[in-house]
Design a protein around this ligand. Structure first.
Ligand code: MEV
Length: 306
């Protein structure tokens, strides 16, 4: 199966929509996709009970619209390719882990393979998958798609190539899913409204986030996990100021810190979805996961290798 990966944003979400840098890491969970020739052109996501046929279902849902737009981009002299795509997501949707972007990337790779398209670089795959992602998110920075197509931990800045970060040591993260739906589009619009009302305040917040990103990069390169944890906490305060956190996410971050996390914050657009907590080592990570498991919909450990 072709693959697209999920991601966590370590620091810098929202500012990244306004051209500021952010740090993100691909995680080992993602989405698989496979395309096969079929007269019944469409998309199957068995896990979600979704079975779409085109053109009938092309306009009824974001999934239908995104798939139709992406498939159309492969139209050649003999028309739109007659393919059916099977998708297997292993990420919660609408939870800030980049499920839709991972899906877009996996489908681009599956369509490339089935149509015999010339090989594309990760950047080109991410770029093509934005046709899909824009249907879901209106104004995506592209960070989710870049990480879905790439690997490791990296600095992302809109319109620029990813800059990989060389981590001095592996980082152990606990991801907690609040179970509250997070709509990236709405959260990005909420910040945009605040930016129109009070640009100076929001730009100041983004300045502070950018400083956190610079320091977080150094902390990761130097293996200073304690320092990195403090930067996560500061980022969470700034995100709270943008009003994209929720009471539940705050409770989960507090619970993670009480269980020994070096720092914790929401990840992705906020308004619900997931939070991340940085653990000192795999044993601490398991303890934090267990503590979060008592209040979260789901909690699991991922490591971003050195
Ligand atoms: C994406 O996971 C998080 C946001 O920064 C939106 C974007 O970058 O497209 C809020």
């Amino acid at each position: 199966m072709s693959e697209g990966r999920g991601k966590i944003i370590v620091v810098g979400e929202h500012g990244v929509v306004y051209g500021r840098p952010a740090i993100a890491a691909s995680i080992a969970r993602g989405v698989g996709a496979r395309a096969r020739p079929s007269e019944d052109v469409g998309l199957d996501v068995e896990r979600w009970g979704v079975h779409l046929s085109l053109p009938r279902d092309a306009a009824d849902s974001d999934l239908g619209r995104a798939f139709a737009a992406l498939l159309e981009s492969y139209a050649g002299q003999s028309g739109t390719p007659r393919l059916r795509v099977e998708v297997r997501p292993d990420l919660p949707p609408g939870a800030g882990l980049g499920c839709s972007a991972a899906m877009g990337v996996a489908i681009v790779r599956a369509l490339d393979e089935a149509t015999g398209s010339p090989p594309r670089s990760s950047e080109e795959v991410a770029e093509r998958s934005l046709i899909w992602e824009r249907v879901f998110h209106g104004n995506p920075s592209g960070i989710d798609s870049a990480m879905a197509a790439g690997a490791g931990i990296a600095i992302f800045e809109k319109g620029k190539a990813l800059i990989p970060i060389r981590a001095r040591r592996p980082l152990y993260w606990v991801i907690g899913d609040s179970g509250e739906a997070s709509a990236t589009r709405l959260m990005v619009e909420e910040v945009a409204r605040q930016h129109v009302r009070d640009p100076a305040r929001i730009e100041k917040t983004f300045d502070a986030m950018e400083a956190l990103v610079r320091n977080a990069r150094l902390a990761i390169e130097q293996g200073d996990t304690k320092g990195l944890g403090q930067l996560l906490d500061m980022n969470q305060l700034l995100l709270g100021g943008l009003m994209v956190s929720t009471q539940r996410l705050e409770e989960m971050c507090d619970a993670a810190r009480r269980a020994g996390a070096l720092g914790a914050k929401l990840t992705g657009a906020g308004g619900g979805g997931c939070m991340i907590a940085l653990a000192k080592d795999p044993e601490d990570a398991a303890r934090i996961r267990d503590a979060l498991g008592l209040i979260a919909k789901d909690a699991f450990v991922v490591d971003t290798g050195a």
